[in-house]
Design a protein around this ligand. Structure first.
Ligand code: ATP
Ligand code: MG
Length: 160
């Protein structure tokens, strides 16, 4: 099953992230893929807002991973936001100990995470951002094992 949501503007992508946050459960790992500048960080900004993060979410490019508190959610304490694009390769990704961020009270979101997908055991969702050829629009697709058992919520997400 694959869900698709069209996001004509930057704000739409942010809102898609914000509403996607409502679907997330403790221990979820979300892999974000899409070309450079597709809107992955934009989506995470919205997702963070949906979890009640108050700090400004910035691209974790040089730190690789950033951690935020998620006060809007009783069942979660943290959002880990990573970007593994600039890792020099597999060895460096392994050194990040990505799997250790997966914890009971957290959600992990990894930009360019397709490079590290297998390190997590199971990834809950893969969100792919497809830029439109001749407009600013993006098509967001959501797949993954969690998409099956949360299909009702996803259908709502898709339609809003
Ligand atoms: N519909 C849209 N959705 C998302 N971003 C958009 C859209 N239209 C224009 N933009 C612009 O595209 C850029 C997306 O940047 P963003 O940092 O979110 O991408 P990214 O995928 O995280 O990039 P990187 O691969 O460098 O991590 C922003 O400048 C944003 O304003
Ligand atoms: Mg980014």
């Amino acid at each position: 099953m694959e869900s698709v949501r069209r996001c004509p503007s930057r704000d739409d992508t942010e809102r898609a992230g914000e509403e996607f946050a409502a679907l997330l459960r403790p221990g979820d790992v979300v892999v974000l893929t899409g070309p450079l500048g597709a809107g992955k960080t934009t989506f995470v900004k919205g997702l963070a807002r949906g979890l009640g993060v108050v700090e400004r979410v910035v691209s974790p490019t040089f730190t690789m991973v950033r951690e935020y508190e998620t006060p809007a959610r009783d069942d979660l304490r943290r959002l880990h936001h990573a970007d593994v694009y600039r890792t020099s390769g597999r060895g460096e990704i392994l050194d990040l100990d990505l799997h250790e961020w997966r914890e009971d009270a957290a959600v992990v979101v990894v930009e360019w995470g397709e490079m590290a997908e297998d390190l997590f055991g199971e990834v809950s969702f893969v969100v792919t951002i497809h830029p439109d050829r001749d407009s600013e629009a993006r098509d967001l697709t959501v797949e993954g094992p969690a998409a099956l058992d949360r299909s009702v919520d996803l259908e709502r997400w898709e339609a809003s």
